[in-house]
Design a protein around this ligand. Structure first.
Ligand SMILES: CC[C@H](C(=O)O)C(=O)SCCNC(=O)CCNC(=O)[C@H](O)C(C)(C)COP(=O)(O)OP(=O)(O)OC[C@H]1O[C@@H](n2cnc3c(N)ncnc32)[C@H](O)[C@@H]1OP(=O)(O)O
Length: 272
């Protein structure tokens, strides 16, 4: 196990090719503090053209998956830290929003998949953080999204509005605005229906087992195939993507590794 961030309320640890980002601030229901945001800025903002400390950590630790989780019972995150935002002047909080946005953008844009494990509800910016990852898996029934930003006279500011339209193409910008203006709540059934939650689990053990199995399957894939598949995200034009998929398929089709894996599969079938 290797630690990038070892805070009491916010940690980033790599273990068995999984990077665990854990929120653990029971006293604020996992609100994102100024200190957490400052750490996010220091590890997510790249200096010059180099990779950020977080990206270097993920590469050096050979991580295949980023898991964003809460270890506070009954909450994922309560979003912006209202107490700190109330008592600090704007100039002290100048980097707060951009730092958290950089963290959310890295979760979404870095080449390996990212997953939020939702075992409790999220509020305001906490929803936006949960939306930043590629996938969301729920544990139990209470993982509601509460869009409370306008309760505080502010629109979402950590990328959540755009992510909603990306994840739910049926939610055009006008519908996203209407949802936020309504301070709406989405419950698990709605989130499953909208594709905002990708898998549901009855308990934490089942969810963690599924995460480990996913990473084992990723590890089982030859590195070059894994890297080529992960490079798909750099294409945004479907025609270029189709050409890339055909090119990479032909790169491996009936080559030695492909033939060997077919032979191993057939040999194991005979043993059964
Ligand atoms: C763009 C982002 C945007 C922004 O930055 O403006 C935001 O994210 S605004 C914040 C959006 N968050 C919310 O709307 C959630 C506000 N909190 C609540 O609604 C409740 O606290 C809840 C539902 C999270 C928990 O309710 P519960 O009854 O279980 O407990 P308490 O309300 O007594 O809270 C316990 C304890 O936690 C502190 N707390 C809760 N939320 C926050 C927060 N967002 N920031 C700081 N501290 C928070 C609360 O003050 C209590 O502390 P205590 O010392 O025990 O009084």
């Amino acid at each position: 196990m290797t630690k990038l961030v070892d805070g009491e309320d916010f940690s980033i640890i790599a273990k068995n090719k999984i990077c665990y980002v854990t929120l653990s601030s029971p006293s604020t229901r996992n609100a994102i503090s100024l200190r957490m945001a400052s750490i996010m800025q220091s590890i997510c903002v790249a200096k010059e053209s180099n990779e950020s400390l977080f990206e270097k950590f993920l590469i050096d630790q050979n991580c295949h998956l980023i898991v964003l989780q809460s270890d506070v019972e009954g909450i994922f995150s309560s979003g912006g830290n209202l107490i700190e935002l109330q008592k600090n002047p704007a100039e002290v909080c100048h980097h707060y929003g951009p730092s958290i946005r950089a963290f959310c953008q890295l979760l979404h844009n870095f080449k390996i998949p990212s997953l939020s494990v939702l075992a409790g509800p999220s509020y305001g910016g906490g929803v936006e953080i949960a939306l930043a990852t590629d996938f969301r898996w729920s544990i139990g029934k209470n993982c509601d999204f509460h869009f409370t930003q306008t309760k505080f006279g502010i629109p979402p500011g950590w990328g959540g509005s755009l992510r909603l339209s990306e994840l739910c193409p049926q939610l055009n910008p006008k519908k996203v605005s209407a949802l936020i203006l309504g301070k709406m709540k989405l419950d698990l059934s709605q989130m499953l229906y909208m594709g905002l939650v990708d898998k549901e689990f009855q308990n934490k053990k089942a969810c963690m087992n599924a995460i480990e199995d996913w990473v084992n399957q990723i590890s089982d894939c030859p590195k070059s195939v894994r890297d080529d598949l992960l490079d798909r995200q750099s294409f945004h034009n479907f025609q270029e993507l189709e050409e890339y998929d055909i090119q990479t398929f032909n790169k491996y089709f009936l080559k030695d590794e492909h033939k060997k894996k077919i032979a191993d599969f057939m040999k194991n079938k005979k043993k059964k």
